[in-house]
Design a protein around this ligand. Structure first.
Ligand code: SF4
Ligand code: SF4
Length: 297
């Protein structure tokens, strides 16, 4: 369940390498394709081996709730990391087990987390990609067919539209929850040097707000956040108690962190408070260096 050989070209069209398993045509919601998957098919579970599954923030929320653990625990146990862009922006893949690169959640009966399986698993044997055409400011989702040799579902006598398949797979909800994040990553990737490399601090905040929602909530509760940002108390309460509100808020926060957009009101004395904290941090660091040099560390 992977294809590394695909990318949109400058016009947003689908370009593939000669050995790609992707059918290089974007499909609309009303376009039909032939495919059926069901328990008992000869290739059952084959697509859950040799996987390369990118996780979205919403995928992580659903999976960690299915497992009854925190986002921090999920990240520690079930993901591997990759670089999204040339600046080292982190992306998360589902971790695999054994030589077959099988999914950690694969059991004989199928998927152990089926109700909360990630977006990429729901789309397969379709793929989806956020694209932005050259002359367009808006991101769009491009959908295409992925035909891997092991997948016999393409030989089944069953046709459906992309829209019907998305509905059957519960993808309307996932796509709605993923859209803002995919657009943000696309903007970061396509803006390149005009935005510049984020600072180490921005990268830390990006990781927290994008993926580790439970620690991001702790950050919002901390004086470091409250001293700087000015949120109405009812909005603040909603973010603290409702994790979907928190995730929506995190997308706004990320636009501020990555692009300097004024998406969250800051307190009048925010710059002063930040400068004071920076000076305190630098003083602490200097003291540690001095203590170390004097053999007291
Ligand atoms: S999460 Fe489930 S459907 Fe997705 S690769 Fe793992 S076992 Fe397969
Ligand atoms: S038909 Fe394709 S998607 Fe379904 S189990 Fe087989 S390999 Fe997986």
């Amino acid at each position: 369940m992977s294809d590394d050989n695909i990318h949109p070209d400058d016009s947003g069209n689908l370009a593939t390498s000669p050995d790609s398993v992707v059918v290089p045509v974007y499909l609309g919601q009303e376009d039909k394709f032939r495919f059926k998957c069901y328990p008992g098919i000869s290739c059952f579970n084959e697509c859950c081996r040799n996987i390369d599954i990118v996780l979205t923030p919403y995928d992580i929320l659903r999976l960690k709730n299915n497992l009854g653990i925190t986002t921090t625990e999920f990240i520690a146990n079930f993901v591997s990391f990759y670089e999204v862009d040339g600046h080292g922006l982190p992306g998360l893949n589902l971790k695999t087990k054994d030589d077959m690169k099988a999914c950690e959640f694969l059991i004989d009966e199928g998927c152990a987390v089926y109700e909360d399986r990630p977006t990429a698993c729901r789309y397969y044997a379709l793929g989806n990609m956020a694209i932005r055409k050259k002359d367009s400011a808006e991101a769009e989702t491009g959908v295409f067919v992925v035909k891997e040799d092991h997948c016999k579902g393409h030989l089944e006598d069953n046709e459906q539209t992309v829209g019907e398949y998305r509905h059957e797979q519960g993808l309307e909800e996932y796509d709605a929850m993923n859209f803002a994040f995919q657009e943000l990553v696309l903007k970061k990737k396509s803006s390149g040097p005009t935005v510049g490399a984020p600072s180490a601090r921005s990268m830390q905040l990006y990781f927290l707000a994008a993926y580790d929602m439970d620690r991001f909530r702790e950050f919002i509760r901390s004086p470091g956040f409250k001293d700087v940002f000015d949120l109405p108390s009812d909005e603040y309460e909603k973010i603290i108690i409702d994790e979907l509100e928190l995730m929506n808020f995190s997308q706004r926060f990320l636009r501020q962190v990555l692009f300097g957009e004024n998406t969250i009101e800051q307190k009048d004395d925010a710059a002063e408070v930040r400068m004071k904290k920076k000076q305190q941090r630098m003083a602490r660091n200097q003291k540690e260096i001095n203590d170390h040099a004097a053999g007291r560390g």
